[in-house]
Design a protein. Structure first.
Length: 266
């Protein structure tokens, strides 16, 4: 009797392995076809609202507040970070990039008010340390600008850390808070999983659809913005750009041009 059961198990186990392999391949094929169909029909794509942060998650300032210096132009209050948020607040969002790109809307600036600064800090409990800090000379044109962290390893985001960034525009003395208009927010790097990597490979260069579906905001925005800048006449990409900003309440700047990219490696 025992020998008979052993023989039966010997026959069943290979069948289970084969069945599991076929099922796994079937699921992967369905996933690939789903992503390809989504990309193919991306002009029907409806982006989902990013997940709201849990209670206690850090929030920042998505839009610059009013300054107290009467010599500063009121237009500086329109400085806006292109991140998920609720009205004026910015929420913690994710990236899989070690050296991600950050996006901002900058209003038209006077010739004498073009001084800016980008700061990245790492949060370690109650301690805050500067990771990167650089002054910027901003363009006079109003529009969307991007800032990519240098590719050197000392500026790379670690997966187990939270980071805070600031983007400042100074209309006078940088040491005076009344002359300082800024936005700030939080970013955390997550490890790219095999499942998401498979989806990206099936996306036919429309990675932003995969990133958005997996709540990876910074990379969705960066990929779509790069495509928009390279293909300004592509109606599908332009509409997807508008739709993506609409879901985070930034429809008022969705039609603004991309005017500047700051290459901090130089």
């Amino acid at each position: 009797m025992i020998r008979k059961k052993i023989i039966q198990l010997t026959c069943v186990i290979p069948l289970l392995i084969v069945g599991t392999t076929i099922y796994s391949q079937s699921v992967q094929a369905q996933l690939t076809n789903s992503i390809q169909n989504t990309v193919k029909n991306s002009h029907f794509q409806s982006f989902q609202q990013p997940k709201l942060p849990r209670n206690g998650a850090p929030t920042g300032r998505r839009r610059a507040g009013a300054g107290r210096n009467p010599e500063c132009p009121n237009s500086l209050t329109r400085l806006t970070a292109l991140v998920p948020g609720d009205a004026e607040e910015s929420f913690l969002a994710s990236t899989v990039a070690e050296n991600p790109t950050f996006w901002f809307y900058v209003p038209q600036l006077p010739e004498t008010k073009r001084s800016g600064e980008f700061v990245l800090q790492v949060l370690d409990g109650k301690d805050v340390q500067n990771v990167y800090r650089t002054p910027l000379t901003l363009s006079r044109k109003s529009g969307i600008v991007s800032i990519t962290l240098p590719s050197r390893s000392q500026y790379s985001l670690k997966a187990d850390k939270k980071y805070r960034w600031y983007f400042h525009i100074y209309c006078g003395d940088p040491q005076k808070t009344s002359d300082n208009f800024y936005v700030d927010g939080f970013v955390q790097r997550q490890v790219l999983t095999e499942a998401i990597d498979s989806q990206l490979k099936a996306s036919k260069s429309r990675e932003y659809i995969v990133y958005s579906a997996n709540d990876i905001w910074y990379d969705a925005l960066t990929n779509l913005a790069q495509l928009r800048r390279a293909n300004p006449q592509d109606a599908t990409i332009n509409q997807d750009w508008v739709d993506l900003l609409n879901v985070v309440g930034l429809q008022n700047i969705a039609k603004e041009p991309i005017v500047e990219h700051y290459n901090l490696d130089k």
